[in-house]
Design a protein around this ligand. Structure first.
Ligand code: FES
Length: 90
């Protein structure tokens, strides 16, 4: 089921179900997004939200409060709460 659309800075658009992590949605949509631990600790998958909102199922994804305020997200543990625009990398 598609709840939202995620757009990457290189122009991919993928369907996102609110129940899927953003990383899963990107991969299912054919985007080659970097990943490793898939549990919110290694930061390999880090990206920055240009638009939109995400929520986390874990309490402390590996981001500082400042990074969160700057829009950095860890797609492997983030779920979209709206359509999102994402830039890969730090
Ligand atoms: S893949 Fe390790 S933090 Fe996302």
């Amino acid at each position: 089921m598609t709840d939202f659309i995620a757009t990457t800075d290189d122009g991919h658009q993928v369907d996102v179900a609110a129940t899927d992590t953003l990383l899963d949605a990107l991969e299912m949509g054919g985007v080659n997004w970097p990943s490793s631990c898939r549990n919110g600790s290694c930061r390999t998958c880090i990206g920055q939200l240009i638009e939109g909102k995400v929520r986390y199922e874990i309490e402390w994804p590996g981001l500082t409060a400042e990074e969160k305020a700057d829009g950095y997200v860890l797609p492997c543990v983030a779920h979209a709460c709206s359509n999102v625009k994402l830039k890969s990398g730090y």
